[in-house]
Design a protein around this ligand. Structure first.
Ligand code: MV4
Length: 445
C-alpha cells in the first residue's frame, strides 16, 4: 500500500482525494500555485509544495515541477484528479519512468481512448453500437459532404483529439458545411493541437447516459450503474443524476453490459466512464473517459461505494473487494454544479466570497474548497462547489435539492444558484421529460 500520495490538482477534488487518503492511512502531499497558497487543500494535506505561479501551464500542468515535488517529498504515487494532467498519457509514462505510480488507467488505455476516432474504431469491432458517421477523419469538404449526405443532416463535427464537447459544431444543412468544417478544424487545432475532425449523425432528442466502471489488475470488471448528464450548457454539465429517469430496466441491462464489454475490449484498468447517447430504446457509444469525473458523487450516494478509495486500492494492486452481485442501488441522487458566474450571461465572476453558508441535514453533501474570504481566481474553472443530495426517490431528491439551494448562501460573487432553482421548478425537468435540447428550449439559453 502507498505510504504517501501527491495530489496533482486543486479545489474540491483535491480535498476529496486527501480525505480518501486520510481514511486509508496514507500521507498526502498537496501541490499549489503561489496564488493558491491559502487554499484549503494546502491546509488539509500533510505536506505542501509550491510548484509555480497562477497560470495552470506554469503550475498544475507543469510536469517537471510536479515530479520534482513528488521526488522531494518521496511520494510513491500521484493522483491527477480530473482535468489538468488526468488524461495525459505522456504524464503517466513519465511517472512510470520515475517509478511513481500514476493512480488511474494505463497509459495505453488513455492514449487509445483519448483519440475519439481510434476509440470508435476499436469498439466498432465489438457489437457495441456507435453513431452513424465517418469511419475516418474528414480531410476535405467533398469527403465531409459525401458522408453527411449519406447519414443525413443534421450532423455534428467533433475533434478526434477532443472530447467533452470542445470544438463540436452542429451542421444543419450542406450550405453550412464548408464554414463549419473550417471552424471545427480551427477549434480542434487551438484546443488540442490536432485539427483532425470526424462527422457523426446528430441525434436531436437524445440523452447523455454514462456508465461508471471499476476494473482491477486481475481482470475483474464491475459497473456501478448509470448517470444521466443530459442537462448541459455549451457542453458544460450543470446537473447530473443517478439513476436516469429515462432508462428502462431492460435498457439498463444492455447499456451496462455494453460498458463492461467495452472495458474488456480495451483491457481497461482502474476507474472509468463510458458515455452513450440514448434515443428511445437505442444507445450509441460516444466516448470513454479515463479519469474520475466531477459527477462521481451521485453514483457513490446510490451505491455507497467510495470510488476514489477504489481507485487508490486498485492502483496499489489490490483485487476488487466488490463483486457485481454486491452492488445495489438505493434511492435517487442529484448534483448541482455551483459556478462563480453571472446568473444571466454565465460569464465567470471571480472575486472574494464574503458569506459562505453551506446547507446541511440528512441526505446533503457539499464538496467545496471555498470558504469565507476565499478568493475565486480567474486562472481556474469557475466551479466553486458541488451540491449533492440523496433521497428515497426522484421527487424527494428534487425537494431536498430545492431546500438545500435555498440554504446555500454565497455572497461577494455571482453564482448560478438562482439558475438551478429555476431549473428544478421546470415542469419538464420535474417530470423527467427532458433531452439534450432542454437547456436551449426551456431555459432559453
Ligand atoms: C452528440 C449529441 C448528439 N448527437 N453527438 C458530446 C459531448 C457532450 N458534452 C455533448 N455531446 C453530445 N454529442 C451526436 N452525434 C448530443 C450531445 C449532447 C448535447 C449536445 C448539445 C446540447 C446539449 C447536449 C447535452 C448532452 C449531450
Amino acid at each position: 500500500m502507498f505510504k504517501k500520495i501527491l495530489i496533482a490538482n486543486r479545489g474540491e477534488i483535491a480535498l476529496r482525494i486527501i480525505r480518501a487518503c486520510k481514511e486509508l492511512g496514507i500521507k498526502s502531499v498537496a501541490v499549489h500555485s503561489d496564488v493558491d497558497y491559502h487554499a484549503m487543500h494546502v491546509k488539509m494535506a500533510d505536506e505542501a509544495v509550491c510548484i509555480g505561479p497562477g497560470p495552470s501551464k506554469k503550475s498544475y500542468l507543469n510536469i517537471p515541477a510536479i515530479l520534482s515535488a513528488a521526488e522531494l517529498t518521496q511520494a510513491d504515487a500521484i493522483h491527477p484528479g480530473y482535468g489538468f494532467l488526468s488524461e495525459n498519457y505522456q504524464f503517466a509514462d513519465i511517472c512510470q519512468k520515475c517509478k511513481i505510480t500514476f493512480i488511474g488507467p494505463t497509459s495505453d488505455n488513455m492514449r487509445k481512448m483519448g483519440n475519439k476516432l481510434s476509440a470508435k474504431e476499436l469498439l466498432r469491432k465489438s457489437n457495441i453500437p456507435s453513431l452513424p458517421g465517418s469511419l475516418h477523419a474528414i480531410k476535405s469538404f467533398d469527403e465531409g459532404a459525401s458522408v453527411a449526405n449519406e447519414i443525413g443532416y443534421p450532423v455534428i463535427l467533433k475533434a478526434a483529439a477532443g472530447g467533452g464537447g470542445r470544438g463540436m459544431v452542429i451542421v444543419e444543412s450542406e450550405d453550412e458545411l464548408e464554414l463549419s468544417l473550417l471552424k471545427a478544424q480551427a477549434e480542434a487545432e487551438a484546443g488540442f493541437g490536432d485539427s483532425t475532425i470526424y462527422i457523426e449523425k446528430f441525434l436531436q432528442n437524445s440523452r447523455h447516459i454514462e456508465v461508471q466502471i471499476l476494473c482491477d489488475n486481475n481482470g475483474n470488471k464491475i459497473h456501478l450503474g448509470e448517470r444521466d448528464c443530459t442537462i448541459q450548457r455549451r457542453h458544460q454539465k450543470l446537473l447530473e443524476e443517478a439513476p436516469s429517469t429515462y432508462i428502462s430496466e431492460k435498457l439498463r441491462e444492455k447499456i451496462t453490459s455494453a460498458a463492461i464489454h467495452a472495458a474488456q475490449i480495451v483491457d481497461y484498468k482502474n476507474v472509468g466512464t463510458i458515455e452513450f447517447l440514448v434515443e428511445g430504446e437505442n444507445f450509441y457509444f460516444m466516448e470513454m473517459n479515463t479519469r474520475i469525473q466531477v459527477e462521481h458523487p451521485v453514483t457513490e450516494m446510490i451505491t455507497g461505494v467510495d470510488i476514489v478509495k477504489e481507485q487508490i486500492l486498485i492502483s496499489a494492486g489490490e483485487v476488487l473487494s466488490l463483486k457485481q452481485s454486491d452492488i445495489t442501488f438505493k434511492g435517487h441522487s442529484m448534483e448541482c454544479r455551483i459556478n462563480a458566474e453571472h446568473p444571466e450571461t454565465f460569464h465567470p465572476s471571480p472575486g472574494t466570497i464574503t458569506t459562505f453558508h453551506q446547507p446541511g441535514g440528512i441526505g446533503i453533501r457539499v464538496e467545496s474548497a471555498a470558504y469565507h474570504n476565499y478568493s475565486v481566481l480567474p486562472y481556474y474553472d469557475s466551479m466553486i462547489a458541488k451540491l449533492i443530495v440523496h433521497s428515497g426517490n426522484r421527487q424527494e431528491a428534487i425537494r431536498r435539492m430545492q431546500r438545500a439551494l435555498d440554504e446555500f448562501i454565497i455572497e461577494g460573487i455571482d453564482t448560478n444558484i438562482a439558475f438551478h432553482k429555476r431549473l428544478l421548478e421546470n415542469e419538464h425537468f420535474i417530470t423527467g421529460n427532458y433531452n439534450t435540447r432542454f437547456i436551449n428550449t426551456f431555459m432559453n439559453l
